[in-house]
Ligand binder design. Structure first.
Ligand code: F0G
Length: 461
């Protein structure tokens, strides 16, 4: 008898050795919890959360090999062996010459911004990221968005929505001169655009242009392996290359990097700054002792650096990325089957629901994404994150930024949840979507000065 199988499924390239039990809550308990949290999912206690899709940051499951490496941590204050293992991994897989560990990504952003930005200089980037921009501004820089226009349109199917618009970059250089530009921040798999990659072709063109004008490229490589996966899947000429090779090629086209290892690199804490410039390294070694710790631990325990070195290697496994991005795609397809408006194409680290399209009755000042994240939580205990006007914050003059994208991020931690969890999440989003017309917005009643989305409080209108 002929088989009915027309295609073969893939599965996660691992099995479970230990599990963490989840708590479920009643709707009444969740309503109480979100009220107490000021309708901000960042202020919920995780014990009140069922499936936690707040972030993919520091929420990864470590492998048995990473846990074993933990036991090898050399907790020396200076010259820890674990530092040298991390340095070796970064040399080998990413290729940057000099490495400064930091407690997480923003520690690296702080040091790098202070070194490389002179007051009043411009810092172009392929879309802003919250912590990255705040450090650039605190260092006296002015962020300028140079991502392609397609990135601001949730329905545009461009395969590389993380690309830099060279015309925008060229205009900036024409108007202000190259010496007024500190560097270009180039993020791989752009978070705020929905986890969207840049292409190698675009990177090469950007490299040619910046080289000509003496502008360094600083790579925010937080999700570089996910970007490499998309290049492998979508860009002509890369199908036969491994993720490991593509990642190395990306890094080789840039001058330095900041990294939050809490994402791609499969650890719960950690990051680093890397550079090929000995002078920048010299200054970073000076500054790191002020803000993070000695240059051979930068705010991390020896065991954290061990786990990171192993995690970097595991992140570059083709099967790992296939399963990781595949799970995100699975959730995205489910949501689209239910008619839920999401950012397309589906990105690498989560599903970004278009809150403007979901709740068209709310103006942006009524915080559609913040509202929707609270509604999803009340429905099922699934925790998501606002990525819209609250996250965008205010400019140096104190005016609200009004970002074009008003999104709720359903972020998938790596190696943590199963396909069945994804089904539960999609069904919850679908049920909220069914009663979307009855949903009212929010009013902000407390606003912190920096990175307000973390601690702002709201009331229902
Ligand atoms: N750059 C990107 C692209 C990020 O996504 C993050 C963190 C950072 C830098 C800062 O790194 O948190 O280690 O200090 N993103 C988290 C998120 C917070 O949920 O998207 P960090």
């Amino acid at each position: 008898m002929a088989t009915k199988i027309t295609r073969r499924s893939w599965a996660e390239p691992y099995k479970m050795k230990m599990v963490e039990l989840l708590k479920t809550t009643s709707r009444a308990q969740r309503i109480k919890a979100i009220r107490e949290a000021g309708f901000n999912t960042f202020l919920l206690r995780s014990e009140d959360v069922y499936i936690d899709l707040l972030t993919d940051s520091g929420t990864n499951s470590m492998s048995d090999r990473q846990w074993s490496a933990f036991m090898l941590g050399d907790e020396a204050y200076a010259g820890s062996q674990s530092y040298y293992k991390l340095e070796d991994a970064i040399h080998k897989y990413y290729g940057y010459k000099y490495v400064i560990p930091t407690h997480q990504g923003r520690g690296a952003e702080n040091i790098l911004s202070q070194i490389m930005i002179k007051k009043g200089q411009y810092v172009p980037g392929n879309m802003y990221f919250t912590t990255t921009r705040v450090h650039q501004e605190l260092a006296g820089g002015i962020f300028v968005d140079v991502i392609i226009e397609e990135a601001h349109d949730p329905n545009n199917l461009h395969p590389f929505k993380g690309n830099v618009d060279l015309q925008k970059l060229e205009n900036l250089v024409k108007i202000h001169g190259a010496e007024k530009i500190a560097y270009l921040t180039l993020a791989s798999n752009v978070n705020m655009a929905g986890g969207q990659p840049f292409s190698m072709e675009n990177l090469k063109a950007v490299r040619d242009f910046t080289k000509k004008h003496g502008i360094p490229i600083i790579h925010d490589m937080t999700r570089v392996a996910e970007n490499a996966y998309f290049i492998q899947q979508r860009e002509p000429g890369y199908q036969e290359k491994s993720i490991r090779e593509i990642v190395r090629e990306i890094c080789d086209h840039t001058d330095g990097a900041t990294m939050s290892a809490k994402k791609d690199a499969l650890v719960n804490i950690g990051g680093f700054m890397a550079t090929n410039d000995p002078q920048v390294f010299e200054e970073a070694r000076n500054l790191v002792v002020v803000y993070e710790g000695l240059h051979t631990y930068g705010g991390l325990a020896g065991r954290d650096m061990e786990a990171m070195a192993v995690g970097i290697k595991e992140s570059l496994d083709d099967r790992h990325q296939h399963a990781r991005v595949g799970q995100v795609l699975y959730l995205g397809e489910k949501m689209q089957e239910y008619g839920i408006p999401i950012v397309k194409p589906v990105g690498g680290h989560g599903i970004f629901v278009d809150a403007r399209a979901f709740l068209p009755q709310l103006s942006q000042d009524q915080f559609p994404a913040q509202t929707l994240a609270a509604e999803i939580y009340m429905d099922s205990g699934v925790r998501t994150m606002e990525r819209g006007i609250v996250s965008a914050g205010r400019n140096a003059k104190g005016e609200n930024y009004y970002p074009k994208l008003e999104l709720v991020r359903f972020t998938i931690p790596r190696r943590v949840y199963t396909q069945a969890h994804m089904d539960v999440v999609a069904e919850s989003a679908a049920l909220v979507y069914e009663r979307r017309k009855k949903i009212r917005g929010l009013r902000m009643v407390y606003e912190p000065k920096y990175l307000r989305f973390f601690q702002a409080r709201f009331e229902q209108l």
